[in-house]
Write a protein that binds this ligand. Structure first.
Ligand code: CA
Length: 563
């Protein structure tokens, strides 16, 4: 009997030792937290010191300077991270697509590797994250104040009145309510999980997802005076578009500026932050001002609300970090911080995300793992959100599964060096053509030096464009803010031909170039962009204006009526 107990104990100790060799993994993701609002990325906002906690983690770890999302919008980016696959393959190319348990690969693989798994906060993939040992997640976007969460094992019933649509009352089963601001509630829930549910005999994998700073930027009341007396610096290209964009984004002779891409000021007639009644600053805009005056004022109101939400995230992250330190877990935990994509803070007079331009496509990505000995390193290797799952699994000792399309960059984090055979480009694809924020669908390829973007002008199920197709090329070394589209500059014909070829090769490799995707017909047709294609683009630009005039524009019609 005694012998059996000893053998059992020895077995448990051996298992414990094997697990102890594996680091804990804390993956922290905020919603729409863009690199311009992370101090360590050194933007015009860095001097406001928006993120001292995140910057401290970065100073003890590595900063990925070229981390990109494949599809800059919430649900698709989250699905890329959970599956290690590109949007056309993982079944979640739009905001409306669920990620069912059978495709929640990352949590399943982590569990197989012996990890205790948990996800807390904003999930936004519709199907419940039932493959995690523990979940406590907001329903859809969730509420900023007094949020409720679906929680593992809960039998609670929550009744809520919807804030939009017909304002019906709905019942949510398996849910729990909390009081206070969502960022505080999510950090509280993580601390409660650590204290009451964490199994000290297993390494943990926790996905901690803040809802903030997603729109509409409702911050906790304690931040009301934060930045109150500060004039937030404006991006120069909020006022002067220079040679930015193309007929796809500006229209023929700029005729589509009122219709493409939602704006800070009144440029976009349908939707902008100067008139949106859902913003917290709606009653503070002085509509007697000039267009420029309103834009200037709205920008300040917008930035302050956004940065107050960011401050709440940073302060709450510190509470979690302090707990890890107090419990002796800090140095055996890989800590990753990211946003699910970037976000526009007025650059090019845009709001929201979705664009394949730098502000939206770039993700902040910071990794702290002291055993890597690369503290304070900045790395310019190109990594994509499909690479995050393979990297986390690599830290857990799991080889990248065959079905994942991404690659582990753990060796790059550990050495600060990029292997010769590492990927040379990121692949981008935004598919929700003209939905919500009036962005035409596009694909793009981004190397360290250049970005080539291709607006192909159709929705997911159409073969012919209804907005003007166009290509754009930016030289990011000389033009990091993408103010000068070089596509028609003959000096770059060779660069364009090479990038187009590379884009073709990537699309084939990722299995996204086939006829099963209707939009590929349009992608093929306008690929060479000859004179006939250009003439058709002008015609389509004129048609967009005409369809707005005569009320036959097919996109965003319902929302327009409501506003
Ligand atoms: Ca997001």
């Amino acid at each position: 009997m005694k012998k059996a107990i000893w053998i059992g104990l020895a077995g448990m100790l051996a298992a414990g030792a094997a697990f102890a060799a594996k680091p804990n993994i804390l993956f922290v993701m905020s919603d729409d937290h863009t690199s311009q609002a992370v101090g360590v990325y050194g933007s015009r906002l860095a001097k406001l010191n928006p993120t001292p906690t995140i910057d401290k983690i970065a100073s003890e770890g590595v900063v990925m300077e070229n981390a990109f999302c494949h599809n800059a919008i919430c649900t698709p980016s989250r699905a890329c991270i959970m599956t290690g696959q590109y949007s056309a393959i993982n079944g979640c190319p739009t905001l409306n697509d669920p990620l069912p348990p059978e495709r929640q690969y990352l949590s399943k693989e982590m569990k197989k590797a012996g990890y205790q798994t948990a996800v807390i906060g904003k999930w936004h993939l519709k199907a419940l994250p039932s493959t995690f040992d523990y979940y406590k997640v907001l329903q859809g976007q969730g509420d900023y104040f007094d949020p409720f969460f679906y929680e593992t094992g809960s039998e609670g019933v929550v009744k809520r009145q919807m804030t939009w649509g017909n304002r019906a009352w709905k019942t949510f089963k398996g849910a729990v309510e909390m009081k206070g601001h969502s960022t505080d509630c999510i950090a509280d829930s993580a601390l409660e999980w650590f204290k009451e549910k964490r199994d000290p005999n297993k390494p943990f994998f926790l996905k901690l997802h803040f809802k903030a700073p997603h729109d509409y930027f409702e911050y906790a009341p304690r931040y009301e005076s934060y930045l109150d007396d500060v004039n937030i610096p404006e991006p120069a290209n909020m006022w002067d578009l220079k040679n930015y964009g193309s007929i796809a984004t500006r229209g023929h002779n700029d005729e589509l500026l009122p219709f493409v891409g939602t704006s800070v000021g009144r440029r976009n007639l349908r939707r902008n932050y100067a008139k949106d009644p859902r913003t917290p600053w709606a009653d503070q805009v002085d509509h007697s001002l000039s267009d420029d005056g309103i834009k200037r004022q709205t920008y300040q109101l917008y930035m302050k609300a956004y940065l107050r939400c960011v401050k709440g995230v940073d302060d709450n992250l510190k509470r979690v970090i302090d707990y890890l330190k107090a419990e002796g877990l800090y140095d055996n935990t890989v800590i990753m911080y990211t946003g699910d994509q970037g976000f526009y803070l007025g650059e090019h007079d845009y709001i929201d995300k979705r664009w394949g331009y730098e502000e939206a496509m770039r993700m902040p990505f910071i990794v702290r793992y002291p055993k890597a000995n690369t503290a304070g390193t900045r790395i310019d290797a190109i990594v994509e959100n499909v690479d995050y799952a393979p990297t986390m699994l690599d830290f857990a000792g799991v080889p990248t599964p065959d079905y994942m399309q991404g690659h582990s960059f753990k060796p790059i984090i550990e050495t600060g060096k990029e292997p010769a055979d590492w990927k040379k480009a990121a692949y981008y694809h935004y598919q929700m053509h003209m939905a919500h924020h009036d962005n035409p669908a596009h694909i793009a390829i981004r190397t360290k030096r250049y970005k080539l973007i291709y607006f192909y002008g159709t929705g997911m199920k159409e073969r012919t464009p209804d907005t003007p197709p166009a290509w754009e090329l930016y030289d990011l070394k000389n033009d990091p803010s993408e103010d000068n589209n070089l596509y028609d500059n003959p000096e770059y014909a060779g660069v364009i031909a090479e990038l187009k070829e590379e884009l073709k090769v990537l699309r084939k490799e990722y299995k996204v170039d086939g006829p099963e995707f209707a939009y590929n017909a349009a992608i093929e047709k306008f690929w060479d962009y000859d004179d006939a294609d250009r003439a058709e683009a002008v015609e389509l630009s004129n048609q967009v204006v005409q369809r707005h005039k005569d009320g036959t524009w097919p996109h965003n019609v319902k929302r327009k009526k409501k506003q």
